[in-house]
Design a protein. Structure first.
Lengths: 285, 265
C-alpha cells in the first residue's frame, strides 16, 4: 500500500513538472513582454503598421496579418490533401497500398524544417517568380511549404479518427442503400468530426508556430500583403530575425510579439473547439 | 556506511571535475559579436592559437550583442561592425582592426553600373519603383535588406539612407549569404553586403563614380566604408592586449587583406 502511494506521488510530481514548465514559460513571456505593450498602448502595438524598433515604434499589425495569411494558406493545402489522403486510405484503398502510402507520408514528419525551407528557396521560389511573377518569396510559397509540413500530422490523426468510427455505422448505411461515397461523406466523416477537428487544430498549431522554413521562403517584409504573391513577415519570423541583436525596449517588444502569438494560438484553438462542439450538438438534436 | 563512502567520493570527484572545467574555461579569451567580423576573427584566432599559451574563443551573436557582452564582462573583447552610437562610445575603449567596404549589388544581367548615393537612397526608400528611373531596363525594383539590428544594415542606414527609412516592401534576409543568393537569381533585385564576401556571381555597382575595390577604399574615394571594431570595457587586460597587438601587427593585417578587407590605417 505504502509503495503504491509513493509511486502515485512520484508520477504526480512528474506530471506536474510538465505542467509547471508550461506555467513558467507563460509567466516569463508575459512578464518580459507586457511592460512594453503597456508603454506603447495595446491598440497601437497591435494595429499600427510601423515597426521601427530602433526608433521606438512598435506596430506588429502586418505580422499578425502575415501569420494568419500564411497559416490559412497552409490549412487550405494541408487539410485538403491530408483529409483526402486519410479518406482514401481508410475507405477506398486496399490494405497493401495503405501499408506503403501511410508510412511514406509519416516520413515527411521526420524531415527537418530547414530542409523544407531550403527546398522551398531553391525550387519553389524561382518557380513562382518565373511563372506567376512577383518576388517569388511570398505567402503562396510559405503556404505550400507549410501545407506539406503539416500533412503528416493532419493525415495520421485523421486516419485514427476515421478508423475509430464503428464498422456498424458504415455497414448500416450501406445496407440502407447508400453508395460508398454517400456513406463516407454523410456518415463516416460526420461521426469522425471531433477527431478531424483535432487534426486540423494540431496542424494549425504547427503551421503558425513554424519559424525556420518560413523565414527562408516568406520574404519577411514589413508591408501588408495585397495578394498571395506578396511577401510577408510572420510573428515567429520577426522574433527569430531580430532576437540576436535586440536590447531594451526592442527585446521586450519581441517578447510582446510572443505574447500576441500565444494569444492568437489560444484563440484559434478555442474557436476550433467551440465550433466543433456546437456542430456535434446540433448533429445530435 | 560503505554506500555513504562511495557517494561521498563520487560527489568529491564531481566537484573537482567541475572546478577543473571552470578553470579551463576561464583560461580562454572570449571574443564575441558581429557575424560580419566573426569569419575574419576566427581565421586570426586560429593563427594566434598556434603560438599562444592561452586560447582565443570566437563567437557570433551580432554587433549589439557583442557590445553588451563586453559591457557585462562576459566577453573580454566585443566585435562591432558599425560605428558606436553616442550613448555607447563612452563605455568602451575602441580599436579599429580593419575597414570593410559596403557593396551595393545587383544581378549580372542588369546593365546599370553606376549610381550616386542619392540614387541608392531613393531606391531603398521606395521613391523609385522602376529601374528606368536610374537609367536601367523597364523592370520593377526589388529591394533586399538586412534585419533590424544588423551591423551591415546600420552602416548602410548611416552611410546612404541618413534620415530616410528603408521601404517597408524591402525583402528582409538574415545574412550576407542569403542576400547574395537572392540577388544572384533575380534580375530585378538590388541589395547590399560586405565587400569582402561578394564573389563573382554578383555585379557590384560603382558608387559616386568610384569602383568598389580595396584600393579605392584605401584611397578614400569609395564612400561606403565601415569600421570593424574591437571594443573592451576600459583598457584591455594583458591577454586581450596580446591578441589585439597580434591582429594589428603586419602579419595579422596581411591576413585580413588576403581575405578581402582593407587595413586599419
Amino acid at each position: 500500500m505504502k509503495r503504491e502511494k509513493i509511486i502515485a506521488a512520484v508520477l504526480m510530481v512528474l506530471a506536474l513538472s510538465a505542467l509547471s514548465s508550461l506555467a513558467i514559460i507563460t509567466a516569463f513571456i508575459f512578464k518580459e513582454g507586457l511592460p512594453i505593450v503597456a508603454k506603447v498602448g495595446i491598440g497601437r502595438f497591435i494595429f499600427s503598421s510601423d515597426w521601427y524598433p530602433l526608433e521606438g515604434e512598435f506596430g506588429i499589425f502586418p505580422m499578425i496579418v502575415g501569420s494568419l495569411a500564411v497559416t490559412a494558406g497552409a490549412m487550405v493545402i494541408g487539410v485538403t490533401l491530408g483529409l483526402g489522403c486519410a479518406v482514401l486510405l481508410t475507405q477506398f484503398c486496399p490494405p497493401r497500398m495503405v501499408a506503403v502510402i501511410k508510412p511514406s507520408i509519416e516520413l515527411l514528419a521526420g524531415i527537418p524544417s530547414v530542409v523544407y525551407g531550403f527546398i522551398g528557396v531553391v525550387i519553389l521560389v524561382p518557380l513562382i517568380r518565373d511563372t506567376l511573377g512577383g518576388p517569388g518569396l511570398s505567402v503562396l510559397a510559405a503556404s505550400i511549404v507549410l501545407g506539406v509540413m503539416i500533412l503528416p500530422t493532419v493525415t495520421s490523426i485523421s486516419i485514427d479518427a476515421l478508423r475509430a468510427v464503428p464498422r456498424a455505422y458504415r455497414e448500416g448505411s450501406i445496407a440502407l442503400g447508400a453508395t460508398e461515397w454517400q456513406t463516407t461523406h454523410m456518415v463516416v466523416l460526420k461521426a469522425a468530426r471531433s477527431g478531424i477537428v483535432a487534426a486540423v487544430i494540431l496542424g494549425m498549431g504547427r503551421a503558425i508556430g513554424e519559424t525556420m522554413a518560413v523565414i527562408m521562403v516568406a520574404g519577411n517584409t514589413l508591408e501588408l500583403p495585397h495578394s498571395i504573391l506578396d511577401p510577408v513577415r510572420t510573428l515567429t519570423s520577426n522574433i527569430a530575425l531580430e532576437m540576436g541583436y535586440a536590447a531594451g525596449d526592442h527585446r521586450q517588444a519581441l517578447f510582446a510579439t510572443g505574447v500576441v502569438l500565444f494569444v492568437v494560438i489560444m484563440a484559434l484553438n478555442m474557436l476550433a473547439l467551440t465550433v466543433s462542439r456546437r456542430r456535434t450538438r446540433r448533429g445530435r438534436a | 556506511m560503505k554506500w555513504l563512502a562511495v557517494i561521498g567520493v563520487a560527489v568529491l570527484a564531481l566537484a573537482l571535475l567541475a572546478m577543473g572545467w571552470g578553470g579551463g574555461q576561464g583560461a580562454a579569451l572570449n571574443v564575441v559579436g558581429s557575424t560580419s567580423i566573426q569569419p575574419f576573427a576566427e581565421i586570426l584566432a586560429q593563427e594566434f592559437n598556434r603560438t599562444s599559451d592561452f586560447a582565443v574563443d570566437v563567437q557570433g551573436g551580432g554587433s549589439t550583442a557583442g557590445l553588451q557582452a563586453a559591457a557585462n564582462g562576459i566577453a573580454d573583447i566585443g566585435m562591432c561592425s558599425r560605428g558606436l552610437k553616442e550613448d555607447e562610445s563612452g563605455l568602451f575603449q575602441v580599436v579599429t582592426i580593419a575597414r570593410d567596404g559596403l557593396a551595393v549589388v545587383i544581378h549580372l544581367d542588369n546593365p546599370v553600373a553606376d549610381l550616386t548615393r542619392e540614387q541608392i537612397g531613393r531606391l531603398f526608400a521606395g521613391e523609385y519603383t522602376s529601374w528606368t528611373q536610374v537609367g536601367g531596363p523597364d523592370r520593377p525594383v526589388r529591394l533586399i535588406t538586412r534585419e533590424e539590428g544588423s551591423g551591415t544594415r546600420e552602416a548602410f542606414q548611416k552611410l546612404v539612407m541618413h534620415k530616410r527609412r528603408i521601404a517597408r516592401r524591402a525583402l528582409t534576409q538574415e545574412s550576407n549569404g542569403s542576400v547574395k543568393e537572392l540577388v544572384r537569381h533575380d534580375a530585378c533585385a538590388i541589395g547590399y553586403m560586405s565587400l569582402g564576401l561578394v564573389g563573382p556571381d554578383l555585379k557590384v555597382i560603382r558608387v559616386d563614380g568610384a569602383p568598389p575595390t580595396a584600393e579605392e577604399v584605401l584611397a578614400g574615394r569609395y564612400p561606403l566604408v565601415r569600421p570593424f571594431l574591437f571594443v573592451t570595457k576600459g583598457p584591455p587586460g594583458p591577454r586581450a592586449r596580446q591578441f589585439i597587438d597580434f591582429v594589428l601587427s603586419p602579419p595579422g593585417q596581411q591576413m585580413l587583406k588576403r581575405e578581402g578587407l582593407v587595413g586599419s590605417q
